[in-house]
Design a protein around this ligand. Structure first.
Ligand code: AMP
Length: 207
């Protein structure tokens, strides 16, 4: 099962992705976390992206696609992946489709956490105070939100056209959002098992 968690920065994608890893054993692939780890380690990649990230801009498609590619390669037997903060551009989404296709799999569903911009600004003010992430400061956050609206939101019609997009209220409390996510995934799983079961087993009601 490959899931894309979709939504603006601070919509709660990371929180939901972490819950899914513990509940379902899927692997969370957060490009933001990978890039922050590279920054902290002081690696060549980290130094290259530090300024871009602190400003709130997007790093190049080439860099994040390579990070995802590496993780897919390293986790071949995984039960599923949760893409968190990736893809963020149409080019990244196309690269992901291609990469999964070569592995005989695909994006199964895209779950959009819908949140209001004003609420996000409030959330981020708190996170900035608590965690002090440079890119959560009001100026950088405005740039991140702008990038989301200009470069990432165009992915919604891309996935809607593939019939993969589901939307949920991201403003509800964490448990309610998590229940909504679970319902969508369970629907997908049921649909899949019905589709893959041979017709004679379905008719006879066999497992
Ligand atoms: P996040 O924690 O997902 O909000 O990501 C933090 C920062 O990492 C973003 O503001 C970007 O600078 C960078 N980043 C993370 N994922 C991507 C991506 N898929 N494409 C480009 N830049 C990314």
């Amino acid at each position: 099962m490959n899931i894309v968690l979709f939504g603006p920065p601070a919509a709660g994608k990371g929180t939901q992705a972490k819950l899914l890893t513990t509940e379902r054993g899927y692997i969370q692939l957060s490009t933001g976390d990978m890039l922050r780890a590279a920054k902290t380690s002081g690696s060549e990649l980290g130094n290259k992206v530090a300024g871009i990230m602190d400003r709130g801009d997007l790093v190049s498609d080439e860099i994040v696609i390579a990070l995802i590619e590496e993780q897919l390669e390293n986790n071949k037997g995984a039960a599923g992946f949760i893409f968190d903060g990736f893809p963020r551009t149409v080019a990244q989404a196309e690269a992901l489709d291609k990469s999964l296709q070569t592995r005989g799999t695909s994006v199964d569903c895209v779950i959009r956490l819908c949140v209001d911009d004003k609420v996000l600004l409030g959330r981020i003010e708190n996170r900035f105070k608590e965690e002090g992430r440079k890119d959560d400061n009001p100026e950088a956050f405005k740039i991140r939100l702008g990038n989301y609206n200009e470069q990432t939101a165009p992915l919604l019609p891309f996935y809607a056209a593939q019939g993969k997009l589901s939307e949920i209220d991201g403003l509800a409390d964490i448990d309610t959002v998590s229940t909504s996510v679970a319902k969508i995934l369970d629907m997908h799983n049921t649909g899949r098992s019905l589709r893959t079961k041979p017709f004679w087993k379905r008719i006879l009601g066999l497992k």
